[in-house]
Design a protein around this ligand. Structure first.
Ligand code: ADP
Length: 505
């Protein structure tokens, strides 16, 4: 293997984060002083870079085998997999002061089929069915080859994460899936808060450098090939040479200008994305000749609390919650795909819904305690008390709940067609979160093949340029199934690391 000299020093890499909230992330991006005061959060990799070989001069570039841009699930996984396949002269760049990207906020879990955990729990599933439901969910606009690759390799990714100490053995259901295949941490908590610290720990164990607050700005080409990347770091512009660059820069939800360039109708929507999700990867890749596909496919998520932009995980509905409108009536199959549920919600009075659930749902979805701590959960000792708290007619809400319970207890057919995740509410405390759609996920992006090579408009790989995760396009088509983003970033993140290591060997 040809190896360039590695002149980078190690960034101070902190330990895994036990509990990072979107709010603290936003503060980390915008108010570092205040953020530092939250020392108890144990921020991942938030220390400033301590690079010692900082020449500050263009032309005296550092050189790597591979540069991975982005510390979300895709980037961290790529680095670990590349390292484990023998590539040690690598570096991860992160423009924010906090690592983990939107992966930090992944809530539902990771869809995967034919896994050992499903088998242990007697859940029958097949990769083909998973692929079919993914394609169906995207209304057959997803890339079949990529979808098949993702599903076929999903169980392997679950095993790989397990080998890194990230056990996802608590399985639930997400909208659009007919089989319980959304893998969560054992305690049912939001997957991102296990995934990111677990991957960061694995990166640290391997001593792979992460350069925080280091923003990639432009790919460097020599002829057709990508041979490096320009960055802004410590107020200086630098060029880093690389034999391969892996873009894992995530989506564009925090860039209103770019969102509305592709989707003018989404002007003014709140976003669930972290502030660093500004679509830089698309700009850099396109300038280097990569094709962007399906860029207008920006997913809005139906259950976003609007004041805090908190995403209420789909697992909450999968675990039994219902959506009722301002009048206390259900209006749609809550387990339908996100595009349809969002559209139905927008047609309701005020364009919002209450996500209503009981103590059982509360207890089985650890993320709810976090929502509660953030002050967005309304509570009542019973249905009537909740109705009063959320100002809907108590009799109507009670009738709605009785009708919902009948689906599970009397075998009644749901008038909205819900067949999944129907779990009767038990008497006692009831809860509700006010939700409406928010910008959530970029389903379009850099066109890749199953080797994660970035492709030009003719379908030819751009030598030296790879991409993985949300920055890529075409896997989800025009509707992403909940739980498939984590599957995407893990399968393709692991894959790109292995592919690049093999290519450079
Ligand atoms: P994925 O789910 O695909 O892994 P994430 O959103 O979780 O995507 O992570 C992407 C990461 O890439 C974020 O931490 C984001 O701040 C980082 N990032 C985005 N643009 C740049 C850039 N220009 N330079 C360095 N890091 C970037």
């Amino acid at each position: 293997m040809q190896t360039f000299g590695n002149h980078t020093s190690r960034t101070n890499q902190s330990e895994a984060t036990p509990a990072l909230t979107r709010r603290s992330f936003v503060m980390g991006a915008g108010a570092l002083g205040a953020f530092a005061m939250l020392g108890g959060l144990g921020l991942t990799g938030c220390a400033p870079t301590t690079q010692t070989a900082d020449t500050g001069e263009e032309g005296e570039a550092e050189s790597f085998d591979a540069i991975i841009v982005g510390t979300g699930g895709a980037g961290l996984s790529a680095a670990i997999a590349a390292y484990d396949k023998g590539l040690s002269n690598i570096v991860i760049l992160e423009k924010m002061a906090v690592n983990g990207g939107n992966t930090n906020f992944s809530s539902s879990g990771m869809n995967a089929s034919e896994t050992k955990f499903q088998k242990e729990q007697g859940i029958e599933d097949s990769n083909d069915l998973f692929a079919q439901e993914t394609l169906d969910g995207g209304h057959n606009t997803g890339d079949e080859e990529l979808v098949k690759f993702m599903c076929d390799n999903s169980a392997g990714a679950i095993d790989w994460l397990d080998s890194l100490g990230i056990k996802l053995d608590n399985i639930t259901l997400t909208g659009g899936m007919s089989v319980i295949r959304c893998h969560r941490p054992t305690d049912g908590s939001a997957v991102g808060l296990t995934l990111v610290p677990g991957l960061v720990a694995a990166v640290n164990e391997r001593d792979i450098p992460i350069r925080m607050s280091c923003e990639a700005t432009e790919l460097v080409k020599d002829g057709d090939a990508v041979v490096g990347i320009k960055v802004k770091e410590g107020g200086k512009a630098k060029t880093l040479n690389a034999r391969a660059v892996i873009l894992a820069t995530g989506g564009l939800g925090a860039n209103q200008e770019m969102v509305t360039k592709y989707r003018p109708d989404l002007a003014g929507y709140v976003t669930t994305n972290q502030p660093g999700a500004t679509g830089d990867g698309y700009t850099m890749a396109e300038a280097a000749g990569a094709e962007l596909v399906q860029m207008d496919q920006i997913q809005i998520h139906p259950t976003v609390e609007q004041e805090t932009s908190t995403l209420v995980a789909e697992g909450v509905r999968g675990g039994g919650a219902i959506l009722v409108n301002a009048e206390g009536n259900r209006f749609f199959d809550e387990m339908s795909t996100r595009d349809k549920v969002s559209a139905a919600e927008q047609e309701q009075p005020g364009g919002f819904a209450w996500c209503v659930f009981d103590q059982q749902v509360y207890d089985n979805n650890k993320a709810i305690a976090k929502y509660d701590a953030a002050g967005i959960v309304q509570t009542g000792a019973d249905v009537a008390a909740l109705a009063e708290a959320i100002e809907v007619d108590a009799a109507t809400l009670q009738a709605t709940i009785d009708a919902y319970n009948a689906i599970t207890t009397d075998g009644a057919t749901d008038e909205f067609g819900r067949t999944e995740g129907c779990i009767a509410f038990t008497p006692g405390a009831m809860y509700a979160i006010k939700v409406a759609p928010g910008i959530h996920h970029a389903m379009g992006g850099i066109r890749i093949n199953a080797n994660n090579e970035a492709l030009d408009a003719s379908g030819n790989p751009i030598p030296g340029l790879y991409a993985a995760g949300e920055v890529t396009g075409g896997i989800h088509g025009n509707n992403r199934i909940g739980g498939n983003a984590v599957c995407d970033i893990e399968v393709f993140g692991k894959n790109v690391g292995e592919v690049v290591a093999a290519a450079l060997a």
